[in-house]
Design a protein around this ligand. Structure first.
Ligand SMILES: [Mn+2]
Length: 314
């Protein structure tokens, strides 16, 4: 482990990036680091690059300074956060490759330490918890605390999942002391849903199927289904975890069609099944209890193949 300031020797320009389809941990960790540099190293030229972020996270400080496209800039330092491999950086991968020095901060089991300096802890709740570890607590401002708390809430399912540790709670406690409105963060990040999101969720639950004596639950939504509600990919976030909440279910699988006809698959487990392994069989990735992948072709067939891999591990 290092301190965030130690990696800044001879560094005048910094690029920051995270995974494609950014979630709360990705946005929170990127903006947390961005806001830290802007506050304590104002002389540095700092840029943060991410795909379009969900509206849910637009309240975070400097969210509107996130850049969505990049050229061939060559930064002294590029930091990648919450990103398991270089491909998942999307367009920003070229900035990583052009940078003089690279740092990777992440908690994906599949991460193969692809940067010059790596801080990877698969057991950590979130990348935001790792960023917290790299900062001197007294230097964490309210704005930075909001970013990091948002990421922790996202990736721990509101401090519920087993990735939540005593260290996570201690870090969250210190962040709470910075004066953040933790109630409203949980409400925004976890509970607040648009009418469209609620309707799609209801439709998904109505069409869910149980398998293996109710231990596996699945649902498939097509583009036609999504169009019916005026919903997009960003409206699917809470479907899989709601499926998983079903009593008796240990694995939930949710497939929804992308605009190009491929399907995005998300899985959640409450039991011992290692979903990161399952996802890797389908060229995806993630964590033991939350993982994802993409498939082409017939979604029903893909579902059966995924279920076979899960059954082997149950
Ligand atoms: Mn994460």
């Amino acid at each position: 482990m290092f301190n965030m300031d130690e990696i800044l020797k001879n560094v005048h320009s910094v690029g920051i990036g995270g995974h494609v389809r950014p979630d709360g941990d990705c946005v929170g960790s990127c903006l947390g680091v961005y806001n830290y540099f802007r506050t304590y190293h104002p002389e540095m030229d700092v840029h943060v690059f991410l795909e379009e972020i969900p509206d849910t996270f637009s309240f975070l400080k400097n969210a509107k300074e996130i850049e969505h496209s990049c050229g061939g800039e060559s930064f002294d330092l590029f930091i990648t956060l919450d990103c398991g491999d270089l491909n998942r950086l999307g367009d920003a991968a070229k900035l990583f490759e052009n940078a003089k020095k690279t740092v990777c901060i992440d908690h994906h089991v599949s991460n193969e330490s692809f940067a010059d300096v790596n801080y990877i802890v698969p057991d950590a709740s979130s990348t935001c918890e790792l960023v917290f570890n790299l900062l001197t607590p007294s230097y964490i401002t309210k704005d930075i605390a909001e970013c990091l708390y948002t990421g922790m809430v996202t990736d721990t399912g509101c401090f519920q999942y087993s990735c939540t540790s005593a260290d996570t709670m201690n870090a969250a406690g210190i962040l709470m002391e910075k004066g953040i409105d933790y109630t409203s963060i949980v409400e925004r990040v976890f509970y607040a849903k648009t009418f469209i999101q609620n309707q799609v969720l209801g439709y998904a639950l109505l069409n869910a199927k149980l398998w293996e004596d109710g231990k596996i639950i699945s649902c498939i939504l097509t583009q036609e289904d999504l169009r019916r509600f005026g919903a997009g990919a960003h409206d699917m976030e809470s479907v899989v975890s709601n499926l998983r909440n079903t009593i008796g279910v240990s694995v939930a699988i949710f497939l929804h069609e992308n605009e190009d006809g491929s399907y995005k698959g998300s899985m959640r487990a409450s039991g011992d099944v290692n979903l990161a392994e399952v996802a890797q069989k389908f060229h995806g990735g993630g964590h033991a209890k939350a993982a994802g992948f993409s498939v082409h072709g017939d979604p029903e067939e893909a579902l059966q193949e995924v279920m076979n891999e899960i059954k082997k591990r149950m």
